[in-house]
Design a binder for this molecule. Structure first.
Ligand code: TPP
Ligand code: SF4
Ligand code: MG
Length: 339
């Protein structure tokens, strides 16, 4: 084995403020995402944070289809498509392949980032098992980034396990007889993966409305080594039915209302950060209606529906053992009935 191989990761230090962010772009023009698509911004920031010595793997979904249309691509770094449910396997296989080639001296031994992204359908639902398996293989360095636009968007906005309660999707259109067709509460993917994989060194949630924070979480995940996971919250103008100019504002409101908490779990230690930290320390949350009523997918909500949604978010902050992160209760849990 060549002595030069160490399995080291790149050391990517925090960008200290927006003026220190790299001006190089590795996800450029040539894609066909919708106007105001936050997931496209996530791709751009993710690779800006990771830098040029990175391989990106992308599961089927909007960020595959709209980004690789017939001989065009905005990716400047090496990029490969992988099957809808296999971001975990693709990340692990690529990291293992690189490691084997470097160990055998078949390629230069140097730290190369491996990032596999997936949507909520591909990651929180279909590919969850493969992601889970990958997070147990601590000898391989790879990051899985789940971009959550809260539906199977690419195939026309079907409900996923990540779709919020009550949302209008093509699988759950509200009707005059039954108003709420999607009555499942959103899956807690990041909390589940953090709690269930004690040897995974880093799990974080991010939101591109807080872009520098988001990039620094990507840099930390890649530097820390082993398999890591990031869950990104991505407003989707088409699927959520809002004016594209509101993407950034909705990203902020999701955090300010407490609906999407920003936190990281590093070597088992939980840290809330940004506005979420202030909320965890007692700052009042904005009412969820300020977020929900800006989106057409909740236009059918009555006061009763808004109250139910608010009560469920209040529980996250007032009743959970680790507020906003893990849904284990401090006391015996009463049942909140749906409208
Ligand atoms: C195994 C498999 N089943 C179904 C499809 C069809 N399909 C392509 S993209 C997609 C939606 C994926 O949703 P998500 O992962 O959330 O990504 P998004 O489209 O929202 O970006 C589906 C169902 C597929 N490509 N492969
Ligand atoms: S449907 Fe949503 S996620 Fe897909 S390209 Fe359009 S805005 Fe982006
Ligand atoms: Mg999706």
């Amino acid at each position: 084995m060549p002595e030069t191989f160490t399995n080291a990761t790149q050391v990517l230090r925090d960008f200290k403020g927006v003026k220190k962010v790299s001006v190089e772009e590795y996800f450029t023009s040539g894609h066909r995402t919708c106007q105001g698509c936050e997931s496209a911004l996530v791709m751009r920031l993710m690779i800006k944070a990771a830098g040029p010595r990175t391989i990106v793997l992308g599961a089927t979904g909007c960020m595959y289809v709209a980004n690789t249309t017939y001989y065009t691509t905005p990716w400047v770094v090496p990029w490969m498509h992988t099957q809808l449910g296999s971001s975990g396997s693709a990340a692990l296989g690529t990291a293992a392949g690189l490691k084997a080639l470097m160990k055998k001296g078949r390629m230069k031994a140097e730290p190369i980032n491996v990032i596999a992204f997936c949507g909520d359908g591909g990651g929180a639902d279909m590919g969850l098992g493969a992601i889970s398996a990958t997070l147990t293989h601590k000898e391989y360095n790879c990051l899985i980034l789940l971009y959550d636009n809260e539906s199977y968007a690419n195939t026309d906005i079907q409900a996923s396990g990540s779709t919020p309660y009550g949302a209008n999707t093509t699988f759950s259109p509200p009707g005059s007889v039954k108003r709420i067709m999607h009555n499942r509460w959103k899956k807690n993917t990041a909390g589940m993966l953090a709690a269930g994989h004690p040897e995974c060194r880093y799990v974080a949630t991010v939101d591109a409305s807080y872009a520098v924070d988001m990039m620094n979480k990507v840099r930390k995940a890649l530097s820390i080594g082993g398999p890591t996971f990031i869950h990104s919250f991505d407003p989707c103008p088409k699927g959520w039915d809002f004016d594209p100019m509101l993407s950034h504002e909705l990203g902020e409101l999701a955090v300010e209302t407490g609906i999407f908490p920003l936190y990281e779990v590093e070597d088992g230690v939980v840290r809330h950060y940004g506005k979420t930290k202030a909320i965890a320390e007692g700052r009042p949350r904005k009412p969820v209606r300020e977020y929900l009523l800006k989106q057409g997918r909740f236009a059918h909500f009555t006061e009763e529906d808004l109250d139910y949604f608010q009560a469920k978010v209040d529980e996250m902050w007032e009743k959970w053992e680790i507020p906003g992160v893990i849904p284990f209760w401090k006391e015996k849990r009463p049942v909140v009935s749906m409208p």
